[in-house]
Every structure is written in structure tokens, then in C-alpha cells.
Design a protein around this ligand. Structure first.
Ligand SMILES: Nc1ncnc2c1ncn2[C@@H]1O[C@H](COP(=O)(O)OP(=O)(O)OP(=O)(O)O)[C@@H](O)[C@H]1O
Ligand SMILES: [Mg+2]
Length: 253
């Protein structure tokens, strides 16, 4: 089972848009994906038009030891979702100092979803705290969306350095891919950022770039992924191509 954390400490780079649309593309490919919203902003939950309910959110896994299996919501698209509630913001304060808290999700997935070989995609918040650590430690792969703007390189290097530290600390290997988002073909800056990322990180940079596309920004307001909102849009084409690339290169297995 491939578990992918979609993470960048930088805010607004396309983590939720990417989680929503690759999980939805995997559902279209009948891969039975599970998306987990691990962000107290609950943007993924909202983007799918799901109401937040405290009792059914991922925070009750951390607080009340609810089974992950009880929290899964089944969508008609074939996507499975564990939603978030804003209450998730309290997890850091409540459990931040307890011993094994960073491995809670990893243990839960291992015990409660053993035998489930479908891909899991986790939407992270733009902060390195207990929640993002749980996501990364439970994942074997990290997808790092980077928007095509000036500070992007700086943000990516921070995430890659963090993965190096965690790799040593947990004696595990984290594979990662960098995804350039909000690419604007009319701006030289977009091309120069892509070239710099390729020079620095080589094959770790996805060939597919996600273009700036209004349908990607609009679809969450209708509780939809881009494929059901605007199937012929550039955004739908890009996220389908990305999902294919990640499947074909073995990032999703
Ligand atoms: N390729 C794109 N084209 C146009 N708009 C986009 C694109 N990708 C993301 N957006 C928009 O940019 C904003 C930020 O995207 P998103 O919420 O996915 O980022 P995020 O990294 O999850 O943010 P946060 O750090 O707050 O969780 C949203 O309004 C989203 O609709
Ligand atoms: Mg987000």
C-alpha cells in the first residue's frame, strides 16, 4: 500500500488541490483511494462538500481512539475520505509532548487498515507540528507541491532537509517527488524555477507541471474535483497526466 503525504510548510502552494485531484483521479482509475484530511483548516473536507462533524473527524482518532475504519466516508465517485474538523488544531497542545504521538497514525493505519492495498493520500497543513509529522511518518512517500514563485526553492530545500533528518531518526527511507504548481507559460519565472528545480533535484521533479487554471480554483466552491467540474479543462488534463506519471514511475503502487 502506497501512503503519500502531500506536504510543504509553505502555505497556499497547492497541497489540497493536489490531494483532491490525484485522489479523485485514482478513484476514476478504480484504485479505491483513501484521502485523509490532516489539516485543521479542513480545506479538503470542504472542497468535497462534506460537512464537518466533530465526532466523525480524524481528531477523534487521536483524542478518543476511534478506529480509522469507523471514520471513513464513502463517496459515489469511489473516493474514500476521512474528514477533518477545526478541532484538530487542539491535537498539538493536547498530545505534543507525549512519547509516541508522532507514530500514532502510522500504527493506526498498520493495525486497522492491514490488508487494504489501496493508495492513501494525506493532505497536510502548512506547518511542521504533530499532525504533519504523523502524516510523514505514516507515509513512505512525500509529494511536495511548489508554486512557481520566487521563494519556492527555499521552501523545497527545507522539506528535503527535514526528510533527511527524519530518515536518520527513524532509520527509514522516504521517497519524494517535487511538483511544480501554478505554472504560467507566459511568465519567464515559471520556466526558470522549473529549470532550477530540475538542476538541483533531477528526477525527483515531476515531468508534469500543473498550469495556473481557473477551474482548479473554482471546483471546490461546488464541492467537486476538477474532473467532475470541468472535465475538459487544462487542470483536469494536468492532474490526470500527473496521476499517470506517478503510477507509471511506481510512486503509487
Ligand atoms: N493550478 C492552480 N491554478 C489556479 N489556482 C490554484 C491552482 N492550484 C491551487 N490554486 C488555488 O490556490 C489556492 C491555494 O491552493 P491550495 O489550497 O491547494 O494550497 P495549500 O497548499 O493546500 O494551502 P494551505 O497551505 O493553506 O493548506 C486555492 O485557492 C486554490 O484553489
Ligand atoms: Mg491546504
Amino acid at each position: 500500500m502506497a501512503t503519500i503525504a502531500v506536504f510543504n510548510q509553505k502555505g497556499g502552494v497547492g497541497k489540497t488541490t493536489t490531494t483532491l485531484n490525484i485522489a479523485s483521479a485514482l478513484a476514476m482509475l478504480e484504485r479505491n483511494p483513501l484521502a485523509i484530511d490532516l489539516d485543521p483548516q479542513a480545506h479538503l473536507t470542504h472542497s468535497l462538500g462534506v460537512n464537518q462533524e466533530i465526532s466523525n473527524g480524524i481528531s477523534s482518532f487521536f483524542r478518543d481512539e476511534r478506529s480509522l475504519l469507523d471514520l471513513i466516508q464513502y463517496r459515489s465517485s469511489g473516493l474514500r475520505l476521512i474528514p477533518a474538523h477545526s478541532d484538530l488544531s487542539k491535537i498539538d497542545a493536547l498530545f505534543g509532548k507525549s512519547g509516541n504521538v508522532a507514530s500514532r497514525l502510522r500504527d493506526g493505519l498498520g493495525e486497522q487498515l492491514a490488508g487494504d492495498n489501496s493508495p492513501i493520500v494525506i493532505d497536510c497543513c502548512p506547518m511542521l507540528g504533530i499532525l504533519s509529522l504523523n502524516a510523514i511518518i505514516s507515509a513512505d512517500r512525500v509529494l511536495i507541491p511548489v508554486s512557481a514563485d520566487f521563494l519556492s526553492m527555499h521552501g523545497v530545500q527545507k522539506v528535503v532537509s527535514l526528510l533527511d533528518v527524519l530518515q536518520a531518526r527513524y532509520a527509514r527511507k522516504f521517497d519524494f517527488r517535487i511538483l511544480l504548481t501554478r505554472f504560467n507559460a507566459r511568465r519567464k519565472l515559471s520556466f526558470s524555477i522549473y529549470d532550477k528545480l530540475k538542476d538541483r533535484f533531477g528526477d525527483k521533479v515531476c515531468d508534469t507541471r500543473i498550469m495556473e487554471n481557473v477551474s482548479l480554483a473554482e471546483s471546490p466552491a461546488y464541492g467537486k474535483d476538477v474532473f467532475s467540474y470541468a472535465p475538459n479543462s487544462q487542470g483536469a488534463k494536468d492532474y490526470f497526466a500527473l496521476t499517470h506519471e506517478l503510477v507509471e514511475t511506481g510512486f503509487f503502487y
